[in-house]
Design a protein around this ligand. Structure first.
Ligand code: BDP
Length: 715
């Protein structure tokens, strides 16, 4: 009896374990298709697998399709050498099989390049087949993931005629991971890379990480923090890096490293790191050659130089070209690239911080070697909830310009606040720079097609750590997903991305998808409302960047809040006009510079970014600036309340684990939103001396209280 009891207990316990919804599976769940009609239809349309797979990548692709079909359709597909019945799934490349050596496939493959794929419903050997084909193995893997996505999102697989290819060549995650296991601006635990255990112990998560990246088209990872440690370039670490590279390789994920500019001194024993010194150049050349011995397909270096105290060429009276080209030369024979960050500013430069990248870099256009890419943050400041796009985009037509987005939510409430970032990314990518007249969007520049660059790319600062659910929260996973999707194709809409992510991550129940998709799509604007509405920026608490700190002053001015809000008895906002301000508007092409110069034509979302505006200024709504500011903060809080309400109603349609997780996260977010609203309004009120209208409930505490409040971001 006791044994029986234990047995049942064991069964119960193990089934709980198996079904644990801890988020580990991300969007690659492959649970049985729960729509009966479709399930039957899919099973009838897929009856055998023809997949010659001899290489490592094709083997992983074959594993993926087999696992996927087994989970989604509960089918062990018979494997065949050739198509013998209707319903064959034929997956191959021109070099893996001759079976696709016929006209419509050959023609279609010409259009999809090295990483693209086609998925077609065709007749092969007189039988109906679904053909997934690509020019390369990695293209076939991408095709497999996208075919499985059709089933996961319950779409028709009849008459398929899909051709897809990435619009950018280099699609990277930038990990700000330190060698001691900490992650700068990481909110999902420690670093995934267990340097102490590498290279002997290969954590299975490394493979799962690469697989997840491949499923959304990410093809590279910078493993280390931009605030770099030279030790990563020593032999001791390079063998560990090589072990990671070997694990990622079948998934098409290349490894890159950050290069500390002063490494020749720190680990090379040289007296200088001057980029024009021949011994320094030789040191980097030899070091690069050594890296390629360990990692033959090493991607290249990412360099943060002369920014926030990092060493760089300017320490030796040289410029960014001197620095970047030194690396470019060392990498060129290996076909490696150097990504040189434009995120530079210096407190000693007596100019608006948002102008400095443009001022330093624009004159250097045309001087960089072809394998240099200048990596530019989306906005001219620093990953704020809202910024106009960086005016450097389009300003250096002879230079390859790469996008840097932040996926980790350093300035957007860390892992817990539900902020879907696709709308933020899209706002920037869709923005028209007018650099070559109307239609010169940031996306076209990043794709390299506006100025016909051979290289192109996007980087996303990763939000991944060793938490079981990777990102610290399930909804935070949607930003990893959205970033990858937009790096692949910046034309995708936020709605389409949210839709498929929700279906794959939760379920296909429209009564769940519709309201939750709305929450996701509004969430960024909601955060802007309760954090920094109407163009306010950099109002968060010092260093940690979690919660409000509009009063932050002291220390270096360009990292304080008061430097940016400029609140005084007249009004609030940073005057960046040419007439009376910092002249930052001049960095934009016309007609934008004129639009931003004029307070009346500046879009109100950027009002306080470009103008110092009187408290009683009449907004388009007819309200005063003060009243409208108050409205934004209160509406932000009200929206979070609504999000909570919707989640309480709709959330139970999913599993209890993830429902409760998000319920808690939304409660945290609501508390944060109230904190932001009260702290900011009470602080700005000390300048405006205007009341919070009676229709609103007054803050529960006084300003002194909020100045000492520090909520735990991980509560
Ligand atoms: C800032 C982060 C800092 C990074 C820096 C960068 O606060 O931790 O090192 O960006 O991008 O936003 O280099």
């Amino acid at each position: 009896m006791k044994k029986l009891f234990l047995y049942f207990f064991f069964l119960l316990f193990s089934s709980v374990q198996v079904n644990a919804e801890n988020g580990y599976r991300l969007w690659l769940r492959y649970d049985k298709v729960d729509n009966k009609a479709l399930y039957t239809q899919y099973r009838a349309s897929i009856t055998q697998l023809v997949f010659p797979a001899k290489t490592a990548t094709l083997t992983e692709a074959k594993n993926e399709i087999t696992t996927g079909i087994k989970g989604l359709l509960q089918l062990d597909l018979p494997q065949k050498e050739t198509v013998t019945a209707n319903g064959a799934l034929l997956i191959c490349t021109p070099s893996s099989s001759k079976l696709i050596n016929f006209s419509p496939v050959k023609e279609a493959l010409k259009e999809v390049g090295q990483e693209g794929y086609i998925i077609r419903s065709l007749t092969v050997n007189g039988k109906l087949a679904t053909v997934i084909a690509a020019n390369t193995d990695i293209g076939a893997l991408y095709g497999v993931f996208n075919f499985l996505k059709l089933l996961q999102t319950q779409q028709s697989i009849k008459n398929l005629a899909i051709s897809d290819f990435p619009r950018t060549k280099i699609r990277l995650l930038n990990h700000w991971d330190n060698l001691d296991g900490s992650v700068e601006r990481g909110y999902a635990g420690k670093s995934l890379w267990n340097w102490a255990a590498l290279p002997t112990t290969i954590d299975p998560r490394y493979r799962d990480y690469a697989r997840a990246n491949a499923s959304i088209g990410i093809n590279g990872a910078v493993l280390t923090n931009v605030n770099a440690n030279a030790l990563i370039l020593t032999k001791e670490y390079l063998v560990k890096v090589a072990a990671l590279a070997n694990t990622f390789r079948p998934y098409g994920v290349k490894v890159y490293l950050t290069a500390r500019f002063s490494a020749p001194i720190e680990i090379g024993g040289l007296k200088t790191a001057d980029p024009l010194d021949p011994t320094v150049r030789k040191w980097w050349k030899d070091k690069t050659d050594e890296i390629y011995q360990y990692i033959p397909d090493f991607g290249g270096f990412l360099v943060k130089a002369n920014s926030e105290g990092q060493p760089g060429p300017q320490n030796y009276g040289r410029n960014h070209v001197d620095g970047a080209n030194m690396f470019a030369e060392a990498l060129a024979s290996h076909k490696g690239i150097v990504m040189w960050r434009a995120f530079v500013y210096d407190e000693k430069v007596p100019d608006d911080r948002t102008k400095q990248a443009y001022t330093e870099f624009k004159p250097l256009d045309g001087l960089f070697k072809p394998n240099v890419i200048v990596q530019i943050k989306n906005g001219p400041l620093d990953f704020q909830p809202r910024e106009p796009f960086s005016p450097l985009f389009g300003a250096m037509p002879k230079t390859t310009e790469m996008m840097e987005f932040q996926v980790t939510k350093e300035y957007l409430g860390f892992a817990s606040n539900l902020v879907f970032l696709a709308p933020l990314y899209k706002e920037c990518l869709d923005a028209d720079t007018y650099s070559k007249g109307k239609g010169s969007t940031v996306a076209k520049i990043v794709e390299g097609k506006l100025d016909n660059h051979a290289l192109s790319g996007m980087a996303g600062v990763a939000n991944i750590g060793n938490n079981i659910n990777w990102c610290g929260n399930t909804f935070a996973q949607s930003n990893w997903y959205a970033y990858g999707k937009l790096a692949w194709n910046p034309d995708l809409t936020s709605a389409a991305i949210a839709d498929e992510w929700l279906r794959m991550t939760f379920n296909n129940d429209e009564s769940f998808i519709d309201p939750i998709k709305k929450i996701m799509l509004n969430s960024r604007e909601v955060a802007v409302n309760y954090m920094t509405p109407l163009g306010l920026h950099h109002q968060m608490s010092r260093n940690i960047h979690y919660g409000p700190g509009p009063w932050v002053t002291g220390g270096r001015a360009d990292q304080t809040s008061i430097y940016y809000n400029k609140a005084d008895s007249v009004g609030i906002g940073f005057d960046r006009t040419a007439a009376t301000g910092s002249k930052a508007v001049e960095q934009y092409f016309p007609p934008l510079r004129n639009e931003f110069e004029n307070i009346k034509t500046t879009p109100e979302i950027y009002l306080l970014w470009f103008h110092h505006v009187p408290w009683n200024y009449r907004m388009k709504s007819g309200e005063t600036l003060w009243n409208e500011l108050v409205d934004h903060y209160y509406s932000g809080v009200a929206s979070v309340k609504e999000m909570q309400h919707t989640w309480d109603q709709i959330g139970p349609k999913i599993d209890a684990e993830r429902f409760k997780e998000e319920q808690h996260a939304l409660a945290v977010q609501h508390e944060d939103a109230v904190w932001w609203k009260d702290a900011c309004l009470l602080y700005y009120q000390t300048f405006s001396h205007l009341p919070i209208p009676d229709k609103y409930e007054k803050p529960a505490h006084d300003l002194a209280y909020y100045k000492t409040l520090h909520l735990n971001p991980f509560r």
